[in-house]
Design a protein around this ligand. Structure first.
Ligand SMILES: [Zn+2]
Ligand SMILES: [Zn+2]
Length: 295
């Protein structure tokens, strides 16, 4: 076992081509060539980046595994357990990716498309693992999950999350929408509309969002993309643009506290109110007298 994402690539391509043809010949155009090119380039780049980072991750997990508390055998129940544990870790990793700019600088890539289609699923970060996102999973080898199976669970989660990046599937039966992350729930996550911001962090199970108060139902169609879109299709720029902004902000910020906040504070935080965080924007919108700030 281990990373099985690559085995899913043919399935990714076939379904992507099918959706692309429907977009080409149908009424609704949810693909544009430069956006799709950018998404696919990000996908290929992230596979290349992972060739380096997977080794580091695996070494760290293997080291931690030597200190494990118990041995969890990979029988059917161990496999179910590892999928649930991985999904729980993913929820917190993903939530932190939206709430701390250091992690957002990598994750912003996935949200940078203003389209929502299967190619968006492949629009992945190049800097996530190398900047330490795998530390959110570091408790798993310590508990007693085998590193190789953690990698397998992570790739199952990634493969699962592929098919939910589509506008072609509406709402699914109630019980599925209740338990699982679905196209409807994840469309909301890609919305830049204020009420949709920083909601529905789920990987496979939407239950975590329901439990931890971050669930919102899809009502109107989301406006996809970022609050401030980056307007570039250049894959290298997409990969590093937010890291560049972080460095610029830290450089310009007065005082150590402000500099630290620009890295470890929430995205949108500013020392002079020139940009706002999601919480600030939501609080602003609730004030009846105030006009909305330009963000
Ligand atoms: Zn996200
Ligand atoms: Zn997504």
């Amino acid at each position: 076992m281990g990373d099985i994402t690559n085995y899913a690539i043919p399935f990714f391509l076939i379904t992507l081509l099918a959706e692309l043809s429907i977009s080409l010949y149908g009424k609704r155009k949810f693909y544009t060539s430069n956006d799709t090119f950018a998404s696919l380039s990000m996908g290929i780049g992230s596979i290349v980046a992972s060739l380096f980072s997977k080794g580091i991750k695996f070494t760290v997990f293997t080291f931690l595994y030597t200190y494990r508390i118990i041995d969890i055998p990979m029988m059917w129940w161990g496999f179910v357990l590892i999928l649930i544990a991985d999904d729980f870790a993913y929820y917190w990793f993903h939530r932190m990716s939206h709430r701390m700019r250091y992690f957002w600088a990598s994750h912003v890539v996935h949200h940078s498309s203003q389209k929502y289609n299967l190619s968006t699923a492949l629009r992945q970060t190049w800097t996530g693992e190398i900047s330490g996102s795998f530390m959110f999973y570091a408790w798993m080898p310590l508990v007693g999950f085998e590193p190789i199976w953690i990698l397998t669970a992570q790739s199952i989660s990634l493969i699962y999350q592929y098919w939910i990046h589509t506008e072609m599937i509406g709402k699914l039966p109630r019980w599925i929408e209740f338990i699982f992350n679905t196209p409807s729930h994840h469309r909301v996550h890609h919305g830049s509309d204020l009420k949709y911001l920083d909601m529905n962090y789920a990987g496979i199970l939407i239950i975590w969002d329901r439990m931890f108060g971050t669930f919102i139902k899809e009502t109107e169609t989301p406006r996809y993309g970022l609050v401030q879109n980056i307007n570039t299709y250049n894959p290298v720029r997409i990969a590093f643009i937010e890291w560049g902004s972080v460095i610029k902000d830290v450089w310009r910020a007065p005082g150590l506290y402000n500099k630290i906040q620009y890295v470890f504070g929430p995205p949108g935080w500013s020392h002079d109110g020139s940009t706002l965080t999601t919480d600030e924007m939501k609080a602003d919108a609730e004030k009846p007298h105030k006009t909305t700030s330009p963000t």
